[in-house]
Structure formats: C-alpha cells, structure tokens
Design a protein around this ligand. Structure first.
Ligand code: ZN
Length: 324
C-alpha cells in the first residue's frame, strides 16, 4: 500500500465520522497529516470490491465541488461492493507541486474537478493508469477542465469551454441511425436548467442494459456542442432542447452519456450533474435517480467492464422525474 493508498484509506476512515459537506472541505495538507496520525484504521476491502478514487477539490464560479463531490461520494458508497476514497487537491491558486495522487491500487478514478492545471507528473500518471486498463469517470464540470491537455481530451472524447473553440475538434451528435462528427461552427453552450428527456442510444451496452428507452432527468443543464478529438467514442444516451421553445437549445441530439476507450482503459463520461455555488444537498440534478444510477453503473463498468447492479424500482420513466 503506497502513501496515497494510505492517504485514501485514512481519508475514507475519517470521512465516515464526519458530515458529507465538512468532510470534503478539510483536506489540506496539515489536516491530512493530522488525520493520518489519529487514524489507525486499515482497509478492510476484499478482492471483490471495486476500489474507487473520487478526485476533486476545485471548481469554477459556476459550480460547487464541495457539494457535488459529497453527493457523489454518498451515491458511490451506497453500492455495496464499492470502496470509495475521496482525494482533494490543493485549493485554487495553491502550490500543486507536492500533490501526486497514487492511482495504483484503484480500479477507477472518478473526476469531479474543474480548476488549476496539474503538474506534468499527475497528468502522465493518469494517462498511464487509464492507458494500462484503469477506469475513468468524467462528471459534468470536469468537461470544462484541462482544455490544453491533449491526453485528457482524448480520454473524455469531447469537452467544452476552456479554450475549446470552433477549430478545436469535431462535435458529436446523434442522428437517425447513428453518431456523426461535425466540424460546423459553434462552441459549447447550454440552456438554463430544466427537466429534460434522456434517450437511450445503446440499449445493449452494460451501463444501459435494462434502463428505459427514455427517462426524464431532473433540473439540469444540457451540455451542448462539446468538441474534442472525439476518437473511440460510443454515445450511450442523448438529450435535445428545441430552440423554438428553450433559449440556447441547439436542436441537436447532444451526447449526455458516453463510452470512450483510451489504450486498454474504459472511460464513462456523463455530462449530467450540475450544482451551483448556492445549492444545497437537496439539489435535484445530483439527486435524480437517473443521475445516481447511471453514475453507479458507469463507474462499475469503467472499473470492471461489466455491471452487476440491478435497476431500482424508483428509476424515472419518460413523463415524471424521480429524485431521492
Ligand atoms: Zn454546470
């Protein structure tokens, strides 16, 4: 067990004794050292467990990583065979040079991060982890990060903002019969938050198998016109906003859930999951059962290539949202 594994295990141990919001807010270097001195716990994981690193710590003025990561940790920890460790980066503007999460020993890294660029050592370590077969999950605001990191853009397939303008790479949209790459003008946008229909496009994919053909997602942003290298992408689900009815709707079938392959690794990319700075733990987009279940299933698939979780009875249908 390396330093970062111990770091993760100790965080996980201490976190279980603290409130969801407080626990992700405190992990600066001194607090972590203090926690490691206090905590003598060791990992009780078995071989059948999926070891998940939730990596977070920064967001822009439009998002709230403390809230989104607290809810995602709760959702992931609710899966019996997941062992979740949350790792928090230095704060925005702080020195990153000593920050090097140790990915070895994990099955999947879930990224909820939109902030300062990372040192080259972290970038190359994550590229190696995924390239060698590790899983990666990219959630909502993470799309906006690292516009100038080619390996990251390959891993997430497409992203938005952060310098991703018209010449950045193709957009990917779903048309009758399949996915197309488009080089037409127009960069990332999204309509105001609203309930919208998510349509399954790959019903036999392990993440999607058993989910309804469409379901109503609660009060979220439809990330639109994302761009990138868009290589090795399979669209799993889409959403669309009619520009005649909804401002900043594109009318395109925009990818909401994606499968991307990077080397030997699997990436699950969900564009869902917005929360504002002033939202609270009841924020609908992150408590929508559709968001929760696809995050849980996508994380297992990225880690193992299969999904063993059943579909809960409160999964939303096509005409009414379901929020926990
Ligand atoms: Zn957002």
């Amino acid at each position: 067990m390396g330093i970062s594994d111990r770091f993760g295990s100790h965080l996980n141990c201490i976190m279980k004794k603290t409130s969801p919001i407080l626990k992700v807010a405190h992990w600066s270097g001194a607090a972590v050292l203090f926690a490691m001195m206090l905590c003598s716990c060791t990992s009780s994981s078995s071989d059948s467990e999926v070891k998940v690193m939730l990596l977070t710590g920064q967001s822009s003025m439009y998002h709230n990583w403390k809230l989104s990561s607290a809810l995602m940790e709760k959702h992931l920890a609710a899966v019996n065979h997941f062992e979740v460790s949350t790792v928090v980066s230095p704060a925005q503007g702080e020195d990153m040079s000593g920050f090097l999460p140790e990915f070895d020993g994990y099955d999947v890294v879930v990224l909820d991060y939109e902030g300062d660029t990372w040192p080259a050592a972290i970038k190359s370590a994550l590229e190696k982890f995924v390239g060698d077969g590790g899983g990666l999950v990219s959630v909502h605001a993470t799309d906006n990060a690292f516009g100038d990191w080619p390996g990251f853009n390959e891993m997430i397939g497409v992203g938005g903002w952060g310098g991703r303008g018209d010449g950045f790479g193709p957009k990917i949209h779903w048309f009758e019969g399949g996915m197309k790459l488009l080089q037409t003008p127009g960069s990332a946008t999204h309509p105001a938050k609203h309930d919208f229909e998510v349509v399954t496009r790959a019903p036999e994919h392990p993440v999607m198998k058993g989910l309804p053909a469409s379901w109503l997602h609660a009060h979220d942003e439809i990330y639109s016109r994302l761009r990138g290298p868009a290589q090795n992408v399979t669209i799993l689900a889409t959403a669309s906003a009619d520009p005649e009815k909804i401002a900043r709707g594109t009318g395109n079938n925009e990818p909401m859930l994606m499968d991307i392959r990077y080397g030997k690794g699997r990436v699950f990319h969900t564009t869902l999951g917005h929360c504002n700075k002033d939202d609270d733990l009841s924020v609908k987009a992150l408590n929508c059962v559709g968001f929760i279940v696809t995050l849980q299933r996508g994380t297992e698939w990225a880690a193992t290539g299969t999904v063993t979780q059943s579909i809960p009875s409160d999964f939303p249908g096509s005409d009414v949202v379901s929020v926990r």
